[in-house]
Structure formats: structure tokens, C-alpha cells
Design a protein around this ligand. Structure first.
Ligand SMILES: NC(=O)c1ccc[n+]([C@@H]2O[C@H](COP(=O)([O-])OP(=O)(O)OC[C@H]3O[C@@H](n4cnc5c(N)ncnc54)[C@H](O)[C@@H]3O)[C@@H](O)[C@H]2O)c1
Length: 373
């Protein structure tokens, strides 16, 4: 069998990470990098690898077997559709699309072409998640009563200057949705939805805040009600105090489990502390295995439909409330300046413990719909 050819569309930004992944798989003989595409000049293309500024031209000229798409989310639907129609299998970065209408359109192209479309929620390929799901299925947590996720990160001003879509709700009249919930911290609640697979969201409550002159949330509490009546609570910020990498906490009648999803550390009922569960299946390698021998995709597009259903709610949500005054403490000088919300980490932790929104918390750090008190 010949080595599959792979092209990358969106070769800068997070595309640099994909270039590294592709290089490792090429070294292992699993693929051949055939082209890099970016509307900006591509720097550091390996010798002999063709570069393009237009993905359609690349598809015609190169006809790659697979295409990795790492462009801004509002460009995903047209580029992924073109790649699938050109006969390629696709690894499409998250968030795959920004509305259920777009999801249905892309699912239609996948069905028509019969090609594979894997979505880049890479933490779904982790052995730690698989062990957690196994423990739930084996009844080690008893009956699951709810699930929460918490992350406290920092972003400098420069993050919001990196690209035209950064911090934007819409761009050129189309959703862009570069908020904490929809973009950098999307993995946190996609993990929760995956754990609660088969129990789809039926309602979403949102409390969103921003500390900068942006159109989207940098801080949010979100409560998703599932068909069973159970809740997923998401409490996240990009203006955090001490860093919380990202935890998923599953509450059961027989105890709780905590998964630190970016680092694959797991604590099950009875564990004294976190332990590392090594092993992550690369989503690109899984896509190549799918092509070669029918190995099931880890994150087929269909698996992300509940995620996109929640994004539909974010699309029509009111603008996030602007926080300021003494509550928000700046440090450093732009573009390296950070902003920190005083008391935010305690509020995040309380929200996840109580499966509550900020406005429902009893103590300092309480966020009302009109501000933070
Ligand atoms: N899975 C993860 O952990 C993870 C992490 C970071 C970003 N992402 C996702 O990766 C995608 C890209 O994010 P980013 O932060 O790198 O964005 P970015 O804007 O920094 O970079 C995107 C790149 O795509 C290029 N581009 C834009 N439109 C294009 C087009 N039509 N054709 C070809 N190239 C085009 C840009 O010039 C830029 O080089 C987003 O979907 C984002 O959510 C995923």
C-alpha cells in the first residue's frame, strides 16, 4: 500500500503544532506531507513541500489523501466541504462549525462523499478518559448525579491581537465566536458531553463576563441540562488567579472522580491522589488507521453534534457583561499585560462543587447578571 499524502491548511498559529505531529508521523513512515496552505506566507516549509495560498488550488494540484484543517472556525465549513468533495479524508480542528445549520451541511457532505471527517478534540483520544468512562460503566461511582468542569487560565493582550477573528463574536457578518467557552476551553465541556454520551443537552443557562474590549466571554459559568435532568456545569476563565489546568469532576452516589484532562491525570474513588494515565491516540494517526483498515474514528463529526447544539445557544446569547474597577487587576505592560479577576478561583471552585451559576453562590465572588458583587 502506498504512503498516504497529507496537506495542512492553516500552516501558522496552532498549525505549527500540526506540522510537528505530521513530521513525527512522516518520520515513522505513516504519511507524506504533500502541501502546506496559508493565506499568509508560509515560513519554514520543508524542502520539496509545495506551498499554496488557496486551498482549492492545492486540492486540484496535489489531490492529497487527507487534509488537516487548522484555519479559523468560520472558514471550516467551506474548506472541509471542498476537501471532502475532492476525495480527501479530513481532520478538522475544533470547534468544527459554529451552528447546527453548518453541522447539518457538513454532515450532508460527509454522507454524500463517503469520506471520513474527524474533529480535533484531541483529549477524547486519552487513555485517562477511557479509564474514567470504564469506571463509570463498572459502577465504581454509583449512579452519576452530575458533572462539572473548571479551568483557570491567563491570556495576555497579545492573544486578542493575534488574528482578525480573535475576541470577535462575528466577522464579516458570520459567527466567529472566539470566546473562552467556544474556543480555548471548549475541550473542558466536550469531555463532559462525551462522558455523558447518550444523554443530550436540552437546555443551557449562561452567565458570561469579559474584562477587555472584546465581544465574547473571557469568563463564564454555563449549566447544561441533559435529557435525564442531570446537569453539566462549566466554570472557566482566561483571567484567573492560580492556574487550574482543567478538571472534569464526575459526581456519583458512591463517590467522585476527577480527570485533569490536559495532562491525563485521574483520581477515582479510593485513589489517595491523582495518578498519570499515559497514552493518547493521535487523531491524525487514528484517521490514517481508519483509511487503512476501517479502525473506528475517535471523534467523527456526529460525535460533536451536542457540542454544536450548545454553540447555537452561545450564538444568540446577550453580550457578556464588562467587568472592571477594583475587581480586575492589571499586571505588566501591553501586549504582555494580563488581567486578573479578584476572587475568581474561589467562585469557579464553588460553582463546580454546587453545580451552580455564579449568581447562585452565597459568598464573595458572587456574580450578578449585571456585574460582580
Ligand atoms: N485542538 C486544540 O487544542 C487547538 C488549540 C488552538 C487552536 N485550535 C483551533 O485551530 C484553529 C486555528 O486556530 P489558531 O489559533 O491557530 O488561529 P490563527 O488565526 O492564529 O491561525 C490560523 C491560520 O490559518 C490561516 N488562514 C486563515 N484563513 C485561511 C484560509 N481561508 N485558507 C488558508 N489559511 C487560512 C491564517 O493565516 C493563520 O495562519 C481554530 O479552529 C482553533 O480553535 C485548536
Amino acid at each position: 500500500m502506498t504512503t498516504p499524502t497529507v496537506a495542512l491548511v492553516g500552516a501558522s498559529g496552532h498549525g505549527m503544532w500540526h506540522r510537528q505531529q505530521i513530521a513525527e508521523l512522516q518520520d515513522a513512515g505513516r504519511l507524506e506531507l504533500a502541501a502546506l496552505v496559508d493565506v499568509r506566507p508560509v515560513e519554514g516549509a520543508p524542502d520539496g513541500v509545495a506551498t499554496f495560498t488557496d486551498h482549492a488550488e492545492m486540492l486540484r494540484a496535489v489531490r492529497p489523501d487527507a487534509v488537516v484543517i487548522c484555519t479559523p472556525p468560520h472558514t471550516h465549513l467551506p474548506i472541509a466541504s471542498d476537501a471532502l468533495r475532492a476525495g480527501a479524508d479530513v481532520l478538522l480542528e475544533k470547534p468544527p462549525v459554529l451552528s447546527l445549520d453548518e453541522h447539518r451541511a457538513l454532515a450532508g457532505v460527509v454522507a454524500q462523499t463517503g469520506r471520513a471527517c474527524q474533529i480535533g478534540f484531541q483529549a477524547l483520544g486519552s487513555a485517562a478518559l477511557a479509564e474514567l468512562v470504564g469506571a463509570i460503566v463498572d459502577g465504581k461511582l454509583g449512579a452519576i448525579t452530575g458533572i462539572a468542569t473548571v479551568a483557570s487560565w491567563q491570556r495576555e493582550d497579545a492573544y486578542y491581537q493575534r488574528s482578525p477573528w480573535a475576541g470577535r463574536r462575528t466577522l464579516n457578518g458570520r459567527p466567529a465566536l472566539d470566546g473562552a467557552l467556544a474556543n480555548p476551553l471548549a475541550h473542558s465541556w466536550m469531555q463532559c458531553l462525551a462522558i455523558m454520551d447518550g444523554d443530550p443537552p436540552v437546555a443551557v443557562e449562561l452567565e458570561r463576563y469579559r474584562c477587555r474590549d472584546i465581544e465574547v466571554d473571557d469568563t463564564a459559568a454555563m449549566r447544561i441540562t441533559l435529557a435525564s435532568g442531570r446537569h453539566i456545569v462549566v466554570a472557566v476563565t482566561l483571567c484567573g488567579e492560580d492556574k487550574i489546568e482543567g478538571e472534569v469532576i464526575v459526581y456519583g452516589t458512591a463517590g467522585r472522580a476527577v480527570l485533569e484532562y490536559p495532562t491525563d491525570r485521574l483520581k477515582l474513588p479510593g485513589d489517595a491522589d491523582f495518578r498519570e494515565v499515559s497514552g493518547r491516540t493521535s487523531l491524525l494517526e487514528n484517521l490514517l488507521d481508519h483509511r487503512a483498515n476501517g479502525t473506528p474514528l475517535i471523534v467523527p463529526l456526529a460525535r460533536t453534534e451536542p457540542f454544536t447544539a450548545v454553540l447555537d445557544v452561545l450564538n444568540s446569547a446577550p453580550e457578556p457583561t464588562l467587568l472592571g474597577g477594583d475587581l480586575v487587576v492589571p499586571e505588566g505592560v501591553a501586549p504582555a499585560r494580563t488581567l486578573t479577576i479578584q476572587g475568581i478561583n474561589a467562585a469557579l471552585r464553588q460553582a463546580t462543587e454546587r453545580l451552580a451559576l455564579f449568581s447562585e453562590l452565597p459568598t464573595r465572588g458572587r456574580c450578578a447578571r449585571t456585574g460582580w458583587t
